[in-house]
Ligand binder design. Sequence first.
Ligand code: KG4
Ligand code: ZN
Length: 347
Amino acid sequence: MIVLGIETSCDETAASVVEDHAEPGRRIRADVVLSQLDEHAPHGGVVPEIAARAHLQHLDGLVARAMRDSGIGFDQLDAVAATGGPGLIGGVIVGVMTAKAIAAAVGKPFLAINHLEAHALTARMTDDLPFPYLLLLVSGGHCQLVAVDGVGTYRRYGTTVDDAVGEAFDKVAKLIGLPYPGGPAIERAAVTGDPARFAFPRPMKGRPGCDFSFSGLKTAVRHAVAALPEKLSERDRDDVAASFQRAVAEVLADRPRRAMTRFTDEHGAPTALVVAGGVAANRQLRAVLTATAEREGFRFTAPPPALCTDNAAMIAWAGIERLRLGLTDRLDFAPRPRWPLEEMRGA
Ligand code: KG4
Ligand code: ZN
């Protein structure tokens, strides 16, 4: 099977061709991503209107490049997949319209992919992971713990009641004058900072259930910065970054641990903990999660960083998984800005 995937739900315009055959095997034949970082950076976050225009301007060229890189023709594709939601509606419309047009022109099935499902299934492409497993999705827009029982079969154990964890990184970075996106900038500053200088809260830690909360932590950072006697020095900034990152790490050790206990109760045995989404690129958080998973008897798996952040290979792969089960979509599919995983259609 060979599927073309398109991703346009946030600030990355991406196209990819993924192949999965018994012979010559599975491979990403092409994977191109155009980040709109420079266009959004001056605004300190993603501006939906700018994103939609940029997708419109660049997507056709990126699809052409991905097809060229893949070395195959449109007629050799088995299907065309695009993110159908959740995400910024303008961008999703651009991707879905493009995929539908190609599918109709070459007479191949169209697949509308749930962006969260694509993150959830990536570890099956990279690590051949069997179902079921526990997913921790940590990105700019999401923070969820989900039992992944099969394609289209997801049970959410917990989610954030306010901000997503990546969003907390971005907002705290802005508070201390670090650039957007905040995650990598905070991780860099934290290396030289003192994680014990500020006693920030660990929201939800020790509470029953698997939900998260990050807005109180962000507020605590704002108060701490405002209470500094002098203007924020470089030293202060690094210490805030390190203290904040440690608080997040403790929360990310606690909530997944509870989810693993529940997963083991419900499934009879531990399997694997998969972490996906942009925040999964953070080394300290990965180390904490690895140790926690091992203590609970779970194998820890994280796709390589380039496949953790938004990309189109994960969309093409989810397309392959759904196509195998005959779960194709009609050309009148309507983009879904909101699309919870529990509302997925399974096999
Ligand atoms: O999955 P993603 O690329 O986009 C979506 O939100 O869907 O995730 C982007 C988020 C941003 O909030 C960014 O600050 C965060 O992931 N991020 C990180 C790191 N790299 C990216 N957060 C913490 N540490 C990092 N190294
Ligand atoms: Zn994402």
